[in-house]
Design a protein around this ligand. Structure first.
Ligand code: ADP
Ligand code: MG
Ligand code: ZN
Length: 198
């Protein structure tokens, strides 16, 4: 028997994680577009809460887009997945821990599950359920952005407004990509830092 590069007889889970602007959605769309050369049975879901750019598409900050189904809860994915063999999920950090059960079930049923989401919140804390999904995934990719202060690889989302809620929707109006050294817990301090690039 020839050894294979992917599991035989089951599906699997791929996680693409990183900070904001790191290219998670671009990478998700790239994988889905490639999958479509092999099958038309590709479906993508996102949490209905994410209406920043479009309700019916996942959209990257570089304006790539892919049609998707907004759902209110992870369990709804099981109801709507039908016979899809490739299942994409964007902004997975906005789902609750039930997404771990759902992703495992989809993979157990023989599907390829590609999940993109933030691995840290604006405080730099692990952002559930992404760490748990990384643990059960066969493949994990960490994407890095470019620090807007120093140009280093960036793995943190710098919040620029004084809001304590874990979820504050926004793009470059509310967040910046920053490296470990340039990231500040205090948004006011962060805003005062000089941005030498540009
Ligand atoms: P994510 O889904 O991780 O938030 P996207 O895939 O939506 O990221 O967008 C990635 C794109 O964001 C990059 O290709 C680039 O065009 C843009 N971008 C804006 N700011 C930055 C940054 N600081 N570092 C890297 N890419 C950035
Ligand atoms: Mg994204
Ligand atoms: Zn930096």
């Amino acid at each position: 028997m020839i050894p294979r590069a992917t599991p035989v007889g089951t599906g699997w889970i791929e996680v693409v994680c990183g900070c904001m602007f790191s290219g998670k959605t671009e990478e998700l769309i790239r994988r889905l577009n490639r999958a479509r050369f092999a099958t038309s049975r590709v479906l993508v879901f996102k949490p209905a809460i994410d209406v920043r750019f479009s309700e019916g598409d996942v959209v990257s900050h570089s304006a790539l887009r892919y049609p998707c189904i907004p759902v209110r809860a992870a369990g709804e994915i099981l109801e709507r997945v039908g016979d899809a063999v490739v299942v994409g999920i964007d902004e997975a950090q906005f789902f609750d821990m039930d997404l771990v059960r759902v992703a495992n079930r989809l993979a157990d049923e023989g599907r390829r599950v590609v999940i993109a989401g933030l691995d840290q919140d604006f405080r730099g804390e692990p952002f559930e359920p992404i760490p748990q999904l990384m643990a059960v995934a066969e493949y994990v990719t960490k994407t890095l952005a470019v620090c807007v202060v120093c140009g280093s690889p960036a793995d943190r989302s710098q919040r620029l407004v004084e809001r304590d809620a874990r979820v504050v929707l926004g793009a470059s109006d509310v967040y910046e990509a920053r490296c470990r050294g340039c990231w500040r817990p205090d948004p006011q301090e962060a805003r005062q830092q000089v941005l030498p690039l540009g």
